[in-house]
Design a protein around this ligand. Sequence first.
Ligand code: TYD
Length: 141
Amino acid sequence: MDKSTICDCDVLPLSKIHNRAGNITIVEGHVNVPFSIRRIYYLYDIPGGESRGGHAHKELYQLIVAASGSFDVLLDDGLNKKIIRLNRPDYGLLVVPGIWRELFEFSSGSVCLVLASEKYDEDDYLREYDYFKTWKSKDNV
Ligand code: TYD
């Protein structure tokens, strides 16, 4: 993969089946997201004013969904930044490897659902911003 940029991160529409009893959204690997889904986790009970993330991944792809409520996601490729507000359970933000992300402005009771391409691996994290910038400026994604 070429060096990733924030332009490679996109809000993807997900399938939604609606009837009078409510909605259902389905996410399938290689159908709605361009990776196999190997792990799911979700953030909830996030205290007001709190932020999450504050790291990048070397190889992990993720789809971030506001399953309930809303929050902002800051994306940073070391050169450019953008903030995306997620507030619909039938849309997901694709975050590719090599992108620093921060999640904040969580609404009360919000749930952040994350579908990930790999099992948990602490070695895949870049947790120091300066180190991320150095890593990014080298021959990495
Ligand atoms: P982290 O990814 O840093 O959370 P966030 O980006 O939401 O702020 O993870 C928080 C803690 O949970 C950290 O100690 C690692 C652990 N963790 C796992 O053990 N497995 C997982 O799949 C995830 C996502 C986190």
